[in-house]
Design a protein around this ligand. Structure first.
Ligand code: ZN
Ligand code: ZN
Ligand code: ZN
Length: 374
């Protein structure tokens, strides 16, 4: 389900204006969420070059391998009326990019290339356009992508509801005697059942594994009294991601310090959410999350930033991190996910996605945040 044509047309125009305003001659985007943002299709990234060439002055051209061209039928990429430059195996697709820029009258001295463009394409473009300095396209696209319109916020809210439904069912799967991997497989299936197109990540960190924030799943068997960090998400058909963490306990916690530690964590998560408002900086929100945790003496156990933007990527700008002076605006969407981690023992994290509104903040996840005893 791509964005409507008029939305994509407006984004292309705004992006071209921003490209010019930033002093670039062109924006070059290969298959990625950036491409989905602009053309409604993400495409597939591999050794054959697909590239949107968006000159700062002039019309966009989509360079596409001939065998990928039929896949564009019926997609906005064609309905937008872009010029499509097809190439067949054995031809040089990078010369087509250079040619598109030449025809637009571009000097091609400075180009913004997609942040996740494969190095193989980056270097080949360097050879095809030796006088062209390459910089990151996020300079142009991040300010646009991080200000969500109402349809994007609705899509993120739907993603939040879908992942809330999965958390609501956790008691079906999270049981003593099962492995993290078994639980994870059931959770992954439910993520799809509840309205996502894929389960992009499923973290089931039980007992000591909960102290590793990006643990995956393992063969560890769940024990009575374990704390279990469950951090899950995926994209909905619109391409917008969910990402929500809850920490569960299998019966009463074994470790004596869980109740006090968890209460501090919950206070930190609430404090950070309460700090969100237009005009507040990203680093102020991060600092707000740290106050209760530091005051309780666990400052060095909160080992990551407070959050990340979310949209067509799971992790995107704005990052809620010390040193980021970016001022929040209505329409920005990001996670608030403080955690505390005691290596070899236990860990806990609470994560909600929030939207900055005109007057403050709205959460997009609504499952209870208390330690959930199953
Ligand atoms: Zn993470
Ligand atoms: Zn997460
Ligand atoms: Zn997250």
């Amino acid at each position: 389900m791509p964005a409507p044509l008029e939305t994509l047309t407006a984004r292309l125009t705004r992006t071209r204006d921003a490209t010019r305003a930033a002093g670039f001659d062109a924006l070059l985007i290969t298959p990625s969420p950036d491409l989905r943002y602009l053309l409604g299709v993400a495409g597939e990234s591999h050794e054959r070059l697909t590239c949107l060439v968006l000159p700062a002055d002039g019309d966009p051209v989509l360079v596409v391998p001939a065998l990928e061209r039929p896949g564009l039928d019926g997609t906005p990429a064609l309905e937008l009326g872009l010029e499509v430059a097809e190439w067949t195996d054995g031809q040089d697709p990078y010369a087509l990019v250079a040619d598109a820029l030449r025809r637009s009258g571009s000097l091609a001295t400075r180009a913004a290339v997609g942040d996740t463009m494969p190095a193989a394409h980056v270097l080949a473009l360097r050879d095809a356009l030796p006088a062209c300095q390459q910089e990151l396209a996020s300079m142009v696209l991040a300010p646009l992508r991080m200000r969500k319109d109402s349809a994007e916020i609705a899509a993120l809210a739907a993603a939040g509801k879908a992942i809330d439904r999965v958390h609501a069912r956790m008691g079906e799967w999270l049981r003593v005697g099962r492995t993290e991997a078994q639980v994870g497989a059931d959770v992954a299936a439910a993520i799809v059942e509840e309205g996502h197109t894929a389960a992009t990540f499923v973290i089931v960190g039980s007992g000591p594994n909960g102290a590793s924030p990006h643990h995956d799943v393992s063969a560890r068997v769940l024990q009575p009294g374990d704390l279990v960090v469950v951090d899950i998400g995926g994209p909905t058909p619109e391409g917008y991601f969910s990402d929500c963490t809850r920490t569960y306990c299998l019966d009463e916690p074994t470790a004596a310090d869980v109740a006090a530690g968890y209460a501090v964590l919950q206070a930190a998560q609430d404090a950070a959410v309460a700090a969100v408002a237009p005009g507040v900086s990203a680093q102020q929100v991060d600092a707000a999350a740290r106050v209760p945790i530091t005051d309780a003496g666990f400052g060095d156990r909160f080992i990551h930033r407070t959050g990340h933007g979310i949209g067509l990527d799971v992790h995107e700008q704005p990052y809620i991190v010390a040193g980021n002076a970016l001022v929040l605006e209505a329409g920005m969407v990001f996670s608030i996910e403080p955690g505390i981690y005691f290596p070899g023992r236990w860990g806990a994290r609470i994560e909600d996605i929030v939207v900055v509104t005109d007057s403050g903040v709205t959460r997009l996840n609504h499952r209870p945040r208390e330690l959930a005893v199953l």
